[in-house]
Write a protein that binds this ligand. Structure first.
Ligand SMILES: Nc1ncnc2c1ncn2[C@@H]1O[C@H](COP(=O)(O)OP(=O)(O)O)[C@@H](O)[C@H]1O
Ligand SMILES: [Mg+2]
Length: 321
């Protein structure tokens, strides 16, 4: 792997609400290398999308980055103005939004929706922009003549390919894909995941793959971060995470997706629910659901400690206090 394309350091993000602050992201750090697919996984509500929107500086009005750094190369996007962000967003980092394939404008041709970005942001002529849209269609495996189609003439898989093409329009180094295959059936899912891997290979881009589904991570990712209640509780190379998971939450998640490990096991849902981030429990946020919880887990937040090469987990069973 080359240098880091993205480095997040000690990021804290809250949402202000009438009931108080929702502590969506708590002291999260990780990095993504050049040409790497980094999977960010965890149950719904653990802060994955909030991290993505923080990188893009597209948090909703009540979302606030309280501390930490988000380095894209040498630039800390946390410090950039909205005007400066215009030179970063889509050009250095772009995002495939959760559910975007269902949000294409139904009355505009798909090719025009891609070309529009180049016409409006870059001042290209309509003709040149449409040529670029055709090129991008070939790249993502859609016949270029289909740029003249409307969204309803596309299958779900083709719409998702078009959305991915749109994310590539200004040649970003990093593409964030937020639940890119969640709404698709399994066969189409694996074609879209193959596409993202091929784009990584052909364009050398890095991908941040956000999903609640560990089988998506297993199929695509070089390295993985596991989130729980706004915290990164484990990170490792994918083979080490699946081979030797260290955190009880990671183990429980893997058990909840029996197909990953091959042999047929009984599906074991994780007991209980993730905590409400308005009032997370004291100590380790996983302790109320953890079968191994000890006294210390109810009192102190465990720090990430090394459990192997490029492998860390935050759990008192492993050590650290
Ligand atoms: N605009 C918002 N206002 C208040 N709370 C929010 C807002 N957006 C998300 N949240 C809360 O922040 C937490 C993290 O959400 P999110 O980042 O969307 O998680 P994920 O993508 O992992 O499902 C959740 O508790 C969610 O309810
Ligand atoms: Mg999300």
């Amino acid at each position: 792997m080359g240098r880091d394309v993205l480095r997040i350091e000690d990021l804290v993000v809250h949402y202000e609400t009438m009931a108080g602050p929702v502590k969506a992201v708590n002291h999260v750090s990780f990095s993504i290398g050049e040409g790497e697919i980094f999977g960010l996984a965890g149950e719904s509500g653990c802060g994955k999308t909030t991290i993505a929107l923080s990188i893009m500086k597209l948090l909703p009005y009540n979302g606030k980055i309280l501390s930490g750094r988000i380095l894209l190369g040498d630039v800390d996007v946390v410090l950039l103005t909205e005007e400066e962000m215009m030179e970063v967003r889509w050009k250095k980092v772009s995002m495939v939004f959760q559910g975007a394939m269902n949000a294409l404008n139904p009355v505009l041709r798909v090719g025009d929706q891609i070309a529009e970005v180049l016409v409006e942001k870059e001042g290209w002529s309509k003709e040149r922009a449409l040529e670029r849209a055709k090129e991008l269609f070939s790249l993502v495996g859609i016949d270029p003549s289909r740029v003249y189609d409307y969204p309803h003439e596309f299958s779900g898989g083709m719409r998702q390919r078009a959305i991915i093409a749109m994310a590539l329009v200004l040649n970003p180094q990093l593409v964030i894909a937020d639940e890119p295959v969640t709404a698709l059936d399994v066969v189409v899912q694996s074609k879209i995941l193959d596409l993202l891997k091929r784009l990584r290979d052909e364009l050398g881009i890095s991908v941040m793959m956000i999903t609640h589904d560990l089988s998506v991570i297993a199929e695509t990712s070089d390295r993985v971060g596991i989130m729980y209640a706004g915290r990164l509780v484990e990170h490792a190379r994918a083979e080490d995470l699946f081979g030797e998971p260290a955190h009880p939450y990671t183990k429980a998640l893997i058990n909840a997706f029996p197909s990953i490990v091959g042999e047929r096991k009984r599906f074991e849902a994780i007991r209980g629910d993730p905590p409400n981030l308005l009032n997370p429990p004291p100590g380790c946020p996983f302790h109320p659901r953890c079968p191994y919880a000890m006294d210390v887990c109810r009192e102190k937040v465990p720090k990430l400690v090394k459990v192997g090469e490029e492998h860390e987990a935050a759990c008192f069973l492993i050590g650290g206090a």
